[in-house]
Design a protein around this ligand. Sequence first.
Ligand code: 6PG
Length: 471
Amino acid sequence: MDSCDIGVIGLAVMGQNLALNIERNGYRVAVYNRTAERTRQFLAEHGQDKQLVGCETLAELAANLKRPRRVLMMVKAGNAVDQVIAELLPYLEPGDILIDGGNSFFKDTERRAQEVEAKGLLYLGMGISGGEEGALKGPSLMPSGHRHAYQALEGLLQAIAAKVQGEPCVTYLGHGGGGHYVKMVHNGIEYADMQLIAETYDLLQRGLGLKAEQISQTFATWGQGVLNSYLIEITAHILKALDPLSGAPLVEKILDVAEQKGTGKWTSEEALELGVPIPTLQAAVEARALSAQRTLRLEAARQLDGELLGEASSPAPAVADLEQALYAAKICSYAQGMALLAQASQTYGYGFDLSEVARIWRGGCIIRARLLEDIRRAYGENPTLPNLVLAPFFRQALVNAQSAWRKTVCFGVSKGIPLPALSAALAYFDSLRSARLPANLIQAQRDYFGAHTYRRIDEEGVFHTEWQSME
Ligand code: 6PG
């Protein structure tokens, strides 16, 4: 009894793999699952010679833990987390630490932290990225909450996290829901990254006529350069895989309806709430929603001539141009995610260090990429950078990529290939670099129909015009 260093509740794949990762790092782990059969199966498969203790009730789990207890909940985000907390609390004591490792909404984490801490316990919300493999071999960890709870767990978290150049991909991300906030934005960027890659695949395939095998090789080559990243690497693998039934590339047999569990949508809603423009991330969420309207698309394709337009009025880009376009758009999408984090840090007082955020995303997580080292450096050199695109390194990269990027988007537009994220990123870049936007006209219109007033460029004060009486 009371011999285990930590308890893990929830033995779906992520919970199982994290428990194994923690155990491999020298900790004794008590495990519990609502359905006891799964706990038994898990122990039968993995329990031999391992420091794993199966528990069939929460009382048993609590009794098996060293004091103060440390319990990691790996259950589905939403009501299940509240339920587990309510069922577990009677077995815990003040000073015990409760950690939520699911993809919880940050505001739920804020609320739970308050409720749990009112009872004298300590709460940590922890975003975990890396999928099944990351959980087992080393994920990126995004914890926040009570500082003492973080300090009590820091050693364990550093041990199980992914390492990049010896540095563990974990850092303290402020109070309450800060960690889940960072994970949410990570997922928003993940959506954008995936959408940008998918659009580039479309351009390579339908636009330039490359076969899946050639596109796979293209991505594999790009993966050695500035685009080096996990998502590019798996894309190269995916495009190589053949369907055992038909022998055709498997990817071509997959229904073109992208699903989502909601973290991308939360990022979009949050950005609208805080007034931070993240058009590339928004475009990625909406592109998934549009892909899901398949019946409508099939009908529209029939009525609106779904074939690609013949001779493109814009010249075809070279494959190297597409690489530059993807890189530039990727920079803009990370810039948008970072801008949202910067604003959230102010609004909610999380105190995010963006250089640290980039550092812990360099390994273990789904958006890990070479680019994150450059982002880490940019915020390290200037923590109050107004926007990533203004960091000298990225400014130069965008200037260099600009003409290839424009050529790529023009070609897609002229062929009728939808590029919602690539073009939204370009419009973001162009909006940022426009000293004057046509918002003056919007202000005039608002004042015309609603007397909403406007400000002038040459005089202080607030103005209204009786537009109808003007010549
Ligand atoms: C991660 C991922 C993961 C996420 C999946 C699916 O960082 O490991 O972000 O947490 O749940 O990628 O997300 P969607 O179903 O919304 O695509």
